[in-house]
Design a protein around this ligand. Structure first.
Ligand code: NAD
Length: 476
């Protein structure tokens, strides 16, 4: 069965590769047209896609899905259309003196790589499939996508819509579980973009290495929040609550844990509590608040809390409506703040990816910096405060994929900033011109002048005084 699926995917890859080779050079207008069709697909079917996402999650706000998965992705397509010509322009590069005077030329051309595979997760199933696709198209490539099995209805709908809008040799979607995903990752693509967990990312890179397929890995990690003493704790609490509660914390960039000044811990926790209560006075019947995607994920989150409780953490459920969460199987989980956490707790070891928020305290901010530096490089890092010296101390002493100052997550929504991780949180990036370049091959083209440069430079045998002079000149 898995073999059949693999053969089917291989056939499409061959077809796309053949079409790519046969049709080169494709005009920029065709790239634009592909992006426009992808945008049209999303605009015309946005409501249906939002319904599918809600059904897949159990409950997920169509408003939220419209912002995060549909409008955000269409907006990114628009951004690509606006910058495409500029990105695709060849760049003149310098040649060493005196070659320029002799008529030599050097340029860098950004050329399509060919067929790019996109493996995407369930948490923003449309955005994380079609977002990369916009730049894959912008760079003149064709694409094969394998969305997540956890959002099955959405994945099937994407497959149908792509089939209606694109020829199979331009773009195709394949659905299926981990076996299909693994088979997909073994295909000899010209590039593979994977968004998902660090553990699966490792397997994907191993599989891609067999064919030396270059990879972009958009992974996860524990993104810390530094609250400086100069922070406005009420405002910070609101913003952290928004970032942590959206999609019920199932965001790669969600604030994973807080680091707060010891004497301000109550104020910080209160800020988050209040921020949450303001936006979500109730949770169970509140459509704005998403469910946890599956029973397995729900049990894992419950397990993190129980493990922390057993090991001595104080557990604070933010349940402003005093609702009975045990009376439902809607997989809705209130924000659960953990205080007095220690490193032996699973909540401090794994990426949380849900509405659980550990709070650590520091006396001097250096302790927090040292802690973060002793752990895997995170995808995002957040600093709240007005003390610019302290902010720079935090930023210049740590490493993370990206940073938002005085808020969380927002750097990903800046279309012109590259988005990606570092170390265990990923490699490579997209968004911005960097995304276009990630999916392009930067091809160096050098044009030799008519004059015999090799002879003039003394590089042509028989070697002699001209050679010695050239060598001396090069090392001067
Ligand atoms: P996951 O790694 O379980 O799955 C992602 C994709 O990989 C799915 O399509 C799945 O079918 C496929 N897959 C599963 N097993 C595979 C295998 N052996 N070989 C190849 N592919 C395989 O991730 P998830 O649970 O869907 O998503 C959550 C994770 O994704 C979190 O860690 C989160 O931080 C991360 N994430 C990162 C970003 C980012 O942009 N950096 C965005 C969203 C989510």
């Amino acid at each position: 069965m898995a073999e059949d699926r693999k053969a089917e995917m291989e056939a499409v890859l061959r077809k796309q590769g053949d079409a790519h080779r046969a049709m080169r050079p494709e005009p920029i207008s065709l790239r634009r047209n592909r992006i426009e069709r992808a945008m049209k697909l999303l605009s015309e079917n946005g409501d249906e896609l939002c319904r599918a996402m809600s059904a897949d999650f159990g409950s997920r706000s169509p408003h939220q899905s419209m912002i995060t998965d549909i409008a955000g992705t269409v907006g990114f397509g628009k951004y690509c259309l606006k910058h495409l010509e500029k990105w695709a322009k060849p760049e003149k590069r310098h040649v060493q003196f005196p070659l320029g005077l002799l008529g030599a030329k050097a340029e860098l051309r950004y050329e399509p790589k060919g067929v790019i595979g996109i493996l995407s997760p369930w948490n923003f199933p449309v955005n994380l499939s079609f977002g990369p696709l916009m730049q894959v198209f912008a760079a003149g490539n064709r694409a094969m996508m394998k969305p997540s099995e956890f959002t099955e209805r959405t994945s099937e709908l994407m497959e149908k819509l792509v089939r209606e809008q694109f020829a199979e040799d331009e773009c195709a979607v394949f659905t299926g579980g981990p076996e299909v995903a693994h088979a997909f990752s073994t295909l000899p693509f010209d590039h593979l973009v994977f968004t998902g967990s660090t553990a699966t990312g490792r397997k994907v890179m191993q599989a891609a290495a067999e064919n030396l397929v270059p990879v972009t890995l958009e992974l996860g990690g524990k993104s810390p929040v530094f609250l400086g003493r100069s922070a406005d704790f009420a405002k910070a609490g609101e913003r952290i609550a928004l970032g942590k509660m959206m999609n019920a914390g199932q965001i790669c960039l969600a604030p994973d844990y807080l680091y707060v000044p010891e004497e301000k811990a109550d104020e910080a926790v209160h800020g988050v509590w209040q921020g949450t209560a303001n936006m979500y006075p109730t949770l169970l019947e509140n459509e704005d608040y998403a469910s946890v995607v599956s029973d397995r994920h729900f049990d894992r989150l419950k397990g993190l809390v129980e493990d922390a409780r057993e090991k001595g953490a104080e557990v604070i459920e933010v349940n402003p409506g005093n609702e009975d969460f045990s009376s439902t199987n809607a997989r809705k989980m209130p924000l659960t703040i953990l205080r007095n956490v220690t490193d032996d707790m699973k909540a401090m070891q794994e990426e949380i990816f849900g509405p659980v928020l550990p709070v650590k305290t520091y006396r001097a901010i250096d302790e927090a910096v040292d802690y973060v530096n002793q752990h895997d490089r995170p995808l995002g890092l957040y600093y709240f405060g007005e003390d610019s010296r302290e902010r720079e101390q935090v930023l210049t002493r740590t490493i993370s994929g990206g940073v938002t100052v005085n808020d969380v997550i927002f750097h990903v929504s800046m279309e012109d900033l590259p988005f990606g991780g570092v170390g265990p949180s990923g490699m490579g990036s997209y968004h911005g011109i960097e995304g276009f370049r990630e999916f392009s091959h930067a091809r160096s083209v050098y044009t030799q002048p008519k004059i015999d440069v090799a002879k003039l430079g003394g590089f042509k045998p028989p070697y002699g005084p001209a050679t010695e002079k050239a060598v001396k000149g090069m090392m001067k």
